[in-house]
Design a protein around this ligand. Structure first.
Ligand code: SF4
Ligand code: SF4
Length: 194
């Protein structure tokens, strides 16, 4: 066991050594020199590389299906009620089996702040914030995404965050197509003091 207070006192007493010999400055410069002679950490997006987000990434919303391919959403409207931006609209209906389903399920992506409250509140785990982060529009109307589009969206990524080789296709609505199923850890190029 060591005495933490005693150690703090020693480091306080010897702080003048660091100040006199500009140790912080030398530390900072050594990090700068390290980066000058190491490989570039600039991601070549969108032309050559693309980031595959971590599963916890909060991207474009997605509606999930159950094992029978049915929409898991039961239109309880909890997500719409909890949303701090009022960007979810749910209109329920009863299907032929007497189950409550969403006739309308719209998310206004232009208003969303990606807090994840809708995902956390859903009792059916029907709504989720997925891995898709490449979407934009010149009009806010186009950013209102409906039920059927949400059911078709990609879900969360299985593999941890990595960078894969990619190809930029300006002719195909400026798509950035991933060329590999798994990539490399971008963070390995960052010099960190853990
Ligand atoms: S992520 Fe937050 S702001 Fe966006 S729809 Fe869900 S609850 Fe609303
Ligand atoms: S997504 Fe979940 S919380 Fe929202 S209406 Fe459907 S079942 Fe309810």
């Amino acid at each position: 066991m060591y005495n933490e207070n005693a150690l703090n006192k020693i480091s306080r007493d010897h702080r003048w050594i660091g100040v006199t010999f500009f140790l912080d400055l030398i530390n900072g410069l050594s990090l700068t020199f390290k980066y000058m002679f190491s490989r570039s950490v600039t991601m070549q997006y969108p032309d050559r590389e693309k980031w595959v987000p971590y599963p916890r990434h909060r991207g474009h919303h997605v509606l999930r299906r159950d094992e029978n391919g049915e929409n898991k959403c039961v239109a309880c409207e909890l997500c719409a009620k909890i949303c701090p931006c009022n960007c979810i609209t749910v209109v329920p209906y009863e299907d032929e089996n007497g189950k409550r389903r969403p006739l309308v399920y719209d998310v206004d992506m232009a208003r969303c702040l990606y807090c994840g409250l809708c995902e956390d509140s859903c009792p059916e785990e029907a709504i989720a914030l997925g891995s898709v982060f490449e979407y934009s529009s010149y009009t806010s109307e186009e950013l209102v995404v409906g039920r059927d589009s949400l059911l078709e969206m990609d879900g969360k990524t299985e593999q941890p965050g990595s960078v894969v080789k990619a190809r930029y296709l300006p002719s195909a609505q400026s798509t950035v197509e991933a060329q590999e199923s798994s990539g490399y850890d971008w963070w390995r190029f960052i010099h960190r003091k853990d």
